[in-house]
Design a protein around this ligand. Structure first.
Ligand SMILES: CC(C)CC(=O)SCCNC(=O)CCNC(=O)[C@H](O)C(C)(C)COP(=O)(O)OP(=O)(O)OC[C@H]1O[C@@H](n2cnc3c(N)ncnc32)[C@H](O)[C@@H]1OP(=O)(O)O
Ligand SMILES: O=C(O)CCC(=O)C(=O)O
Length: 263
């Protein structure tokens, strides 16, 4: 069975609450966050942190993915962040958009050139259902300031966007077929559009980093705002008062190849 079909089946079982995955975060779109919970895919816009589920985690160790990841990370590879993104049909408030951002904003580790995202389309993705949109060449720039965009219809929790970017920069809409994977640098400015169809646009993603990367202190940097927010949410989730931003990453990171040297 192909990995996309397997993920679809497991996703449906998780939504129906037939499978419990330790540590899994189940996110609902902000447009329905306060409605009654319905145990099906309509209520789940993202599964995050599936590293404790060996079946789903197989994605992170697929040789056909790691062979490209290794070009960025070298031989010691950690899977740092896992997601199944189920972009819902937009409820009319444009909340299904993902604002333009750089993934490095979320990561308190460096160097950025040894971090890479693999993003696999679980079905055909195009401009209608909200494919990725990227600003080519921006991975050669620096990390910019991020914050919540000022969107009338509301913004999903932790969906920070760039405070400022050139609206005239050429854009590329990354239209893909089911099973296609794109690999991108954590400084690349990207986001995704509104889902204007009635279907759910699904994708799997994993952020990899070389285990030789090192943690940085984000205090006093542009990342302090996300660091504080993540610490607060993680504190509630794990019932701990003080949890360091970097520790939220160290808990979740899993070695997929080589040796865990630093991260
Ligand atoms: C590189 C990569 C990292 C880039 C990205 O992916 S950026 C986005 C990363 N962040 C995420 O994916 C967020 C992951 N989701 C979560 O952490 C959780 O689902 C939470 C949003 C914290 C909610 O979790 P949980 O506390 O279990 O949910 P509850 O149903 O009990 O709601 C608690 C309060 O939160 C609100 N809420 C729930 N979902 C969202 C939402 N999507 N956006 C905004 N607010 C939301 C909910 O209404 C409730 O509010 P109150 O009743 O306390 O006022
Ligand atoms: O899948 C999407 O719609 C966007 C995901 C994304 O940009 C991210 O998680 O960093």
């Amino acid at each position: 069975m192909c990995i996309c079909t397997f993920f679809r089946q497991e996703f449906e079982r998780i939504c129906r609450q037939e499978v419990k995955v330790p540590g899994l975060l189940v996110m609902r779109d902000v447009a329905i966050a306060k409605s009654e919970f319905v145990p099906d895919e309509r209520a789940v816009s993202k599964l995050q942190d599936f590293q404790e589920n060996p079946e789903l985690f197989r994605y992170c160790a697929l040789p056909q993915i790691l062979k490209y990841v290794e070009c960025f990370t070298g031989p010691n590879i950690m899977a740092m962040h896992t997601m199944l993104i189920n972009k819902p049909p937009d409820a009319g408030k444009k909340t299904s958009r993902h604002p333009m951002h750089q993934d490095l904003h979320y990561f308190p580790f460096r160097p950025s050139d040894h971090i890479v995202c693999a993003w696999t389309a679980m079905e055909k993705v195009n401009r209608q259902n909200g494919c990725l949109v990227v600003l080519p060449g921006t991975h050669k720039g620096t990390l910019q300031e991020h914050d919540y965009p000022d969107w009338e219809g509301g913004v999903n929790k932790m969906y920070h966007g760039l405070r400022d970017y050139d609206p005239n920069h050429p854009r590329m809409y990354v239209e893909m077929e089911k099973g296609d994977t794109v690999f991108f640098h954590p400084l690349l400015i990207h986001g995704s559009g509104m889902n204007q169809t009635q279907g759910f646009r699904k994708a799997i993603s994993c952020h990899y980093a070389s285990s030789d990367c090192y943690y940085i202190d984000v205090k006093g940097t542009t990342q302090e705002n996300i660091g504080n927010e993540v610490q607060e949410i993680a504190g509630k989730k794990y019932g701990i008062n003080e949890v360091a931003f970097k520790d939220t990453w160290a808990f979740r990171g899993r070695l997929v190849q080589g040796e865990r040297t630093s991260l």
